[in-house]
Design a protein around this ligand. Structure first.
Ligand SMILES: [Zn+2]
Length: 625
């Protein structure tokens, strides 16, 4: 595979802490020898995504996806195998052989990452140069601690048009690469490029692996726009990331909570005050993808609204989240702010005094005040419902009431859990002064009208026929190297019905000394999924001595082979007889058939006869002679 030796791959694999790797994306909890969490590759309610740290593998019993650290990274980050190897080699400190001819397999993403990394360093150095007094004064004025600024990698883009460009040329970064990162912009007319970010405070935006994928640049004065952001690129999709998620990850998991703010500075300030579980949504709309990131790490998200705007904003957020997404109603929120699928997840709103944002509030009231606000947070849907019921014109007449009734019913209709919808109906009905049952019935009617055919999760369409005994055989081969010596030479493809099991045996045959885990890179996706499942079945494996199992399988395989030979000979005899006459059947055929039958007969005791059709009964054939 891509020229990496199995030894090298093993070295990297054993160096990777798969729980840590997967844990960056999935909220894992210990379960016996394994760790379990919600599968990042399909929507599920109960965790069936399993990670085994000892073997360095993962497997989802829901959708069947599985593999080693390489496979996980490839799927999670949509990178090629060589990219995954290089990324993990880097984290484990394994040196790869000289990189060979670029084969285009990594679609240039690595070049982009390199350029972004260089740019981040260039900007950061710029900020701490003695000459950069103005930007540092600005930081001081905003109350940003230099230590926090460094932790977040803040930087300065130089004035002028080609500061970064000149630096990048010195680093031999191609102009096309720079254009692809969005760091430079092509001049109108097409001749040459210039720096996109000039004279701005730079906030590097990192992915969950801590790689810089974009920048936000803030103006120091009144220049417009106040914030200038990187465009979408091959490595950056808006709405798919949360600012500081890479830094906040560990605390989010420890505290089982995330604080969600809007701006970069809000986020920095929260971290500075010890709220290191804080992330920022990049942009105004909050996307299901961002929520998806958060629910991997924690079960509660607290967001902050100015008291004046809370109703409005909560209603907007709720509307975003209640709309059915591509994944069906997976993102629908219930009354407690919990998602219908994916386990408990509470979305709350903490109110800040009118005119405040987390940044200004923290600077004035400190961590204690902030903590109080968080403790008093209320469910997002509660706010949204209040807002829905309130008449925009402040009317209180029958017409306003009936409009409010309709709006509430519509909102409740989107809450997919009937029980929660009923509870919410009661709350709304009390406020509206109407009958709760009536409101609930109305919302249920609307719900069936709204309901779209739910996106059925497609399981990988590789449900293969396979026998339990075949599976047990392959498991034994994988888990006991001595079994391979005895059983591999006598295992034929014909012994295994499932193509995946055959592929695993073929991989074993090619590398009979390999550990089971290291075979993961030798097989394709579908086979890999079967392989990881087999490896995780270890705990309920052969109760008896492996030697007893080996002997048992050996007997079974030999018996199968004799049976197959017996069938083949009998078939050939009967074919010949149909074509010619009994007398033309070569006598050796009868003798061979007799021999095979006798062996099988002895092996099985008295059941041999019943396994073969009557006309192939060797005794009968002989009588005819
Ligand atoms: Zn899955």
């Amino acid at each position: 595979m891509a020229g990496y030796s199995p030894t090298l791959l093993d070295e990297i694999r054993t160096g990777v802490d798969i729980v840590e790797l997967v844990g960056r994306f999935v909220n894992l909890r210990k379960a016996g020898v394994n760790y379990k969490g919600l599968c990042p590759f399909h929507a599920e309610k109960t965790p069936s995504f399993t990670v085994n740290p000892k073997k360095g593998i993962f497997h989802c019993f829901g959708c069947g996806v599985g593999g080693d650290a390489f496979a996980f990274l490839m799927k999670q980050d949509r990178v090629s195998f060589p990219e995954a190897v290089r990324a993990l080699a880097k984290t484990t400190g394994v040196t790869l052989p000289e990189e060979r001819e670029r084969d285009g397999a990594d679609s240039g993403r690595e070049e982009l990452h390199r350029a972004m990394d260089l740019a981040a360093r260039f900007f950061a150095e710029g900020l701490w140069k003695p000459s950069s007094e103005r930007p540092r004064e600005y930081l001081a004025k905003r109350g940003i601690d230099p230590e926090v600024a460094r932790r977040f990698g803040l930087g300065l883009s130089p004035e002028g048009w080609d500061g970064l460009l000149t630096f990048m040329r010195g680093q031999h970064v191609a102009t096309e690469t720079l254009e692809s990162t969005g760091l430079v912009v092509r001049r109108e007319g097409g001749t040459g490029v210039y720096d996109r970010f000039r004279g701005r405070l730079m906030f590097p935006i990192r992915d969950l692996q801590g790689r810089v994928v974009a920048f936000g640049g803030r103006a120091f004065g009144d220049e417009q726009p106040k914030y200038l952001n990187s465009p979408e690129t091959a490595i950056y999709t808006k709405g798919n990331l949360l600012y500081a998620a890479d830094i906040a990850r560990a605390t989010m998991r420890d505290k089982n909570r995330a604080l969600l703010v809007e701006g970069y500075v809000d986020c920095l300030m929260a971290h500075q005050h010890g709220f290191t579980e804080t992330v920022a949504a990049l942009g105004t709309a909050f996307t299901p993808a961002q929520l998806g990131i958060l629910r991997r790490y924690c079960e509660e998200v607290v967001t902050f609204f100015d008291a004046d705007a809370a109703g409005q904003k909560a209603a907007e957020r709720a509307a975003e989240l209640l709309e059915p997404s591509e994944a069906g109603s997976a993102w629908a929120v219930n009354r407690a702010g919990a998602f219908e699928t994916g386990g408990p997840f509470r979305l709350k709103v903490a109110l800040l005094p009118t005119g405040y944002d987390p940044d200004t509030f923290l600077r004035e009231h400190g961590a204690a005040g902030f903590t109080e606000r968080i403790a008093a947070a209320r469910s997002l849907l509660g706010y949204a419902l209040d807002r829905t019921i309130a008449d925009p014109e402040g009317g209180t007449g029958p017409r306003a009431r009936s409009n409010a009734f309709a709006r509430a019913a519509l909102m409740l209709a989107k809450v997919t859990d009937a029980e929660e919808a009923a509870a919410l109906s009661r709350e709304a009905a009390t406020k509206l002064g109407v009958d709760a049952t009536q409101l609930w019935i109305e919302s249920q009617k609307l719900q069936s009208a709204l309901r779209k055919p739910s996106a059925v999760l497609s399981r990988p369409a590789t449900v293969e026929r396979e026998r339990a005994q075949d599976r047990a055989l392959v498991r034994l081969l994988l888990q006991h190297v001595p079994a391979r010596t005895t059983l591999l030479p006598i295992t034929d493809d014909a012994d295994l019905i499932s193509p995946s099991l055959r592929a695993i045996v073929a991989a074993l045959r090619a590398r009979p000394d390999a550990t089971a885990e290291s075979l993961l890179v030798d097989v394709d996706d579908a086979v890999r999924s079967v392989l990881t499942a087999l490896l995780l079945e270890e705990d309920h494996r052969f109760p008896e001595d492996p030697d007893v199992s080996i002997a048992g399988f050996r007997r079974r395989l030999e018996r199968e082979h004799h049976l197959r030979r017996q069938r083949a000979i009998a078939q050939s005899i009967s074919d010949t007889q149909r074509r010619t006459s009994v007398l033309d059947t070569p006598v050796q055929d009868f003798q061979a058939l007799h021999r095979e039958s006798k062996v099988v007969y002895e092996m099985l005791g008295n059941v041999a006869q019943s396994l073969e059709p009557r006309e192939n009964d060797p005794e009968g054939v002989q009588t005819n002679e």
